[in-house]
Design a protein around this ligand. Structure first.
Ligand SMILES: [Zn+2]
Length: 91
């Protein structure tokens, strides 16, 4: 018997390894704002880290991030905004 999973993500398009279902964080830019959706069910490649999200999950995410009430009530996190300059690469 195979292990019971909700959805078979098949094999990785890039390296051919088996995809495993994981809950991931997905980031989206919506009207100039970065939105992070947590606990998104996705297939993640155990070898190269490639991620795939099912089309119906993608549609649900779009509905979620278009819900401005939901966005307004969500906790805010700050992210580092690093300006690109070549001096920063000198360690
Ligand atoms: Zn892979």
């Amino acid at each position: 018997m195979r292990e019971k999973t909700k959805y078979d993500y098949g094999e990785c398009e890039i390296c051919g390894a088996r995809m495993q279902e994981r809950l991931i964080k997905q980031d989206f830019w919506l009207r100039g704002k970065l939105i992070i959706v947590e606990d998104v069910p996705a297939g993640v490649c155990s070898r190269c880290g490639e991620k795939i999200v099912k089309a119906d999950i993608g549609r649900l995410i779009l509905k979620l991030i278009e819900n401005s009430d939901r966005i307004a009530k969500s906790p805010k996190i700050s992210v580092p905004a690093v300006k690109f300059d070549t001096e920063g690469t000198i360690v």
